[in-house]
Design a protein around this ligand. Structure first.
Ligand code: GDD
Length: 282
């Protein structure tokens, strides 16, 4: 397969590129092209003539999107439109796999969350992801791409930006400082392993159509995750709540229903939370 990956130098992108190459795909990236630049984006799509596009590039840290909604819309929504629109110049509509987010569901009342749940974005980041999904759905209806949408829940592994919770706690524990700063520890989130996630991407491109939740199907409180990391580190540390890390009202529990991905894609997460946290620790 000739495949084009956006965000190929990012955390998940670099694992995905490695996995696709191991699976004998011919992999191309966007390099330093800014997705906001419509002309340059189109040039790459036309030059590569991909059979599959994995669109991972964009703003992925929720607080970044809160601080700058315009830039988030430009990158996450218009960037998606630029790539998808360029596909109208190809002789055959490529499969377009969009990295969306479990965040689109917003403040859900019941878990696990299935794809049937109506999205109710609760922040700028999830709004931008839902708009990006709509762009892909529209281009699919127009026959320009064959869209597949992955709603990814939290995923972790070595190399993730230290702003994200597990990477951040790991870095603090490794720093040797006696005290570590944390935000809201009561929220429960669904964490999966980046190695499981990249398999889901390729299976989705091969066999998927429509929208899939990609998560572990389990949830852990941030407190439980912190306790596990402290145990792995074998360090004694004082945990201090830092008000600047609190995000205001948060969804108390997020847990994905992954039955559809299991059924349609034959995908199953293979790594337990303990194996994944050990992988992160290194
Ligand atoms: N970052 C951070 N730092 N988060 C903390 C901290 C801290 O010190 N303490 C507690 N938390 C809590 C946050 O309040 C949040 O409830 C949870 O840990 C996870 O935060 P993040 O790792 O920043 O991820 P996220 O849930 O906001 O977003 C991630 O998951 C989405 C899918 O569910 C990102 O990977 C998104 O790109 C992704 O779409």
């Amino acid at each position: 397969m000739r495949v084009l990956v956006t965000g190929e130098r990012g955390f998940v992108g670099s694992y995905l590129v490695k996995y696709l190459k191991e699976s004998s795909d011919e992999v191309f990236g966007f390099g330093s092209v800014d997705l906001r630049d419509q002309e340059k984006t189109e040039e790459v799509v036309i030059r590569v003539k991909p059979e599959v596009i994995y669109h991972l590039g964009g703003i992925s840290f929720v607080p970044d999107a809160e601080r700058n909604f315009k830039e988030t819309l430009d990158v996450n929504v218009l960037g998606t439109e630029h790539i998808a629109k360029a596909c109208s110049k190809l002789s055959h509509p490529p499969t377009f796999v969009l990295a969306s987010s479990g965040e689109v569901y917003g403040k859900v009342k019941t878990v696990p969350i299935s794809e049937e749940t109506r999205p109710k974005p609760a922040n700028n980041y999830s709004l931008s992801k839902l708009f990006a999904e709509e762009v892909v759905r529209k281009k699919s209806r127009e026959g320009i791409v064959r869209g597949v949408i992955l709603r990814l829940f939290n995923h972790i592994g070595p190399g993730q930006r230290e702003d994200f919770v597990v990477a951040n706690f790991t870095a603090q524990l490794k720093s040797g400082r006696k005290e570590m700063k944390v935000g809201n520890l009561s929220a429960k989130r669904d964490f999966s392993d980046v190695r499981d996630v990249v398999r889901a991407y390729r299976l989705a491109a091969e066999q998927g159509s429509g929208t899939y939740n990609i998560g572990s199907g389990e949830s852990y409180s941030i407190q439980e995750i912190l306790d596990k990391l402290i145990q792995i580190s074998a360090r004694e540390i004082e945990v201090v709540q830092d008000p600047s890390r609190m995000r205001g009202p948060e969804v108390p529990e997020i847990k994905a229903d992954i039955a559809k991905a299991k059924r349609d894609l034959g995908w199953n997460p293979e790594f337990s939370i303990d194996e994944t946290l050990s992988f992160v620790w290194g």
